[in-house]
Write a protein that binds this ligand. Structure first.
Ligand SMILES: Cc1cc2nc3c(=O)[nH]c(=O)nc-3n(C[C@H](O)[C@H](O)[C@H](O)COP(=O)(O)OP(=O)(O)OC[C@H]3O[C@@H](n4cnc5c(N)ncnc54)[C@H](O)[C@@H]3O)c2cc1C
Length: 279
């Protein structure tokens, strides 16, 4: 799903593609698999923290050959579509979870949400890849910069997400000025997914655990956003995750008095009811 970004200026003018290889994978919790990428060029990746995100390119099937699109300025989609289907990689949007400089070079972590379909299968391409990929396999990332605008986070913040936004919110809370105050609402599938977050002392983190395989992600976080009392109207708000959480969360915050110019929202993915799929 194409993120609805209100701040394209936070995107690099000349985004670069970084070829990489998978050097580690590990289960972080019930719903997260961490994949670590490394590559000779990655020391040129200018990690900006916060919700720095990228397009992830992976083979369509294990070991399948793939080619990367030529990128001119910010244009990558047309060259991507122009690739022959036999060598066109799968592409999806992800957040930089961590970047480290090791003696062997730079490593970049991606935290992939695992979600199971009605048959109990990991059918979404990236979740399947993250749990089955062999070390040494090729991948690539296209730098896309930030959606969160740190310049607007100059006082109070209101942040809300479902599990797909947890890597972004973790990076944002870690990057905020220590004097920032506010609230972060973070919805995750299970208690096992609750993790330690580094945040300014004045930012309260409210975890919401769904604990219900049939509940639609983001609904509980949206209810919590709607229930907020006394939202500071000069706050900077950031809502990401399932599309309805993003759009309805923005609407609720605007109704509570936050100007639209101070709300960043992004539909990270769209829930598709199984009944609709079966039709
Ligand atoms: C800027 C940005 C940053 C993101 N960062 C992350 C990140 O760090 N980690 C992360 O896990 N995701 C992240 N996402 C969300 C991720 O891009 C989507 O979940 C995407 O659909 C996964 O791609 P896919 O190709 O595996 O599945 P798709 O082919 O897109 O979808 C396959 C099916 O899975 C369903 N689906 C997709 N995601 C979920 C989900 N989370 N729960 C339940 N059903 C789902 C879809 O509705 C669809 O039916 C981010 C999205 C954006 C826009």
């Amino acid at each position: 799903m194409e993120p609805m970004t209100r701040h394209p200026r936070l995107m690099p003018d000349e985004p670069r593609i970084f070829p990489a290889r998978v050097v580690a994978t590990r289960r972080l919790s019930r719903s997260f698999q961490r994949v670590t990428l490394a590559g000779d060029d990655l020391d040129g990746f200018a990690y900006a923290g916060f919700d720095h995100w990228f397009r992830l390119f992976i083979p369509r099937a294990a070991g399948a050959p793939f080619e990367l699109p030529g990128v001119t300025g910010r244009s990558w989609w047309k060259p991507y579509l122009a690739l022959d289907e036999a060598v066109r990689p799968h592409c999806a949007n992800y957040t930089v979870a961590e970047v480290r400089t090791m003696s062997a070079g730079v490593e970049l972590d991606v935290d992939v949400v695992l979600h199971w379909d009605e048959e109990g299968e990991l059918s979404a391409p990236v979740a399947r890849w993250a749990t089955t990929v062999e070390l040494g396999s090729r991948a690539a990332i296209l730098d896309q910069g930030l959606i969160f605008d740190p310049a607007l986070a100059d006082g109070a913040v209101v942040v809300a997400c479902d599990e797909t936004g947890l890597p972004a919110v973790r990076g944002i809370l870690r990057g905020l000025d220590p004097a920032t105050r506010g609230i972060a609402i973070v919805e995750v599938p299970t208690t096992d997914d609750v993790c330690e977050l580094v945040a300014p002392e004045g930012v309260r983190v409210d975890w919401i655990v769904r604990d219900d395989d049939h509940a639609v992600p983001g609904v509980a976080a949206l209810a919590a956003v709607r229930a907020l009392r006394e939202v500071p109207t000069d706050c900077y708000a950031y809502v990401v995750g399932e599309a309805a959480l993003a759009t309805e969360g923005r609407r609720a915050l605007h109704r509570a008095g936050v100007p639209k110019s101070r709300i960043t929202f992004s539909g990270y993915w769209k829930h598709t009811p199984q009944a609709a799929l079966a039709r």
